[in-house]
Design a binder for this molecule. Sequence first.
Ligand code: AMP
Length: 284
Amino acid sequence: MIIVKTIAALREALDSSSRIGVVPTMGNLHEGHLELVRAARAECDTVVMTIFVNPTQFEDAADLARYPRTLEHDLALAESTGVDIVFAPSAEEMYPEGFATTVRVDGAITEVLEGAVRGRAHFDGVATVVAKLLLAVLASVAYFGAKDAQQVVVVKRMVQDLGIPTRIAVVPTVRDGDGLALSSRNSRLTATERERALAVPRALSAIAQASETERDAASLRAIGDRILQDLEVEYLEIVDPDDLSTLTTVHAGALVVVAVRVGRTRLIDNVSIPARPSPPRSEP
Ligand code: AMP
């Protein structure tokens, strides 16, 4: 595995005739990230992982300072999962003095949910860094996790609008045995907080299950709200998966998205409303 810290060294290390897959991360790797690597490994000749805690997408300096940084551990995991090149730039490499460009995806998809809670600078930071990373690697495919559903919608819009020649592939959310979605932030939960956080996957499953017979979004949200009543809920919405507009009646593929705070830790998660099971066929 090759480790590079500058865009110039990255370009030199890349053989543009191979099919390149890129997995953008902020490090502190877990099985969720590794699943993205496995998806890339299965489809591409060269797998690049980027590890960069992007300061411009953090609206809260304390949150940025607290973000876990575990580069040595990450490099070992990346290597054993089949990453060929790790691009781990400094903030100065990504944003050299005089840097003056922001990629902004306008419209409702960046104003709602995470954009409403974290402010519009969050998705400006995400879109700008992802655009820079995709242009640095010029991969055929970039792999993102379904866990960050709004990020996927924003990145797809940005790639389409700018004509960046990289396909965006989405990998299903990896969960712990107890249902909690893996996240670098989980390591900050105390044992009691983690126990309380399990209400999140429970609420999502309860809504998905109830949607087999109940299609009214408000009634489904009420089911989730009851399960989440001991947590600080920032939002619990059922939205269209393409434009993130709020739905009043749900359909298969609609996204149930949730953000909560458990102590000092912020967690997000989502689930897709499943297709209705077909009614049992009556015997002749
Ligand atoms: P992060 O390092 O948190 O910015 O995440 C890097 C990538 O890993 C993003 O595309 C995330 O959506 C994805 N990811 C994070 N957690 C999970 C998970 N539990 N399952 C699948 N993908 C994930």
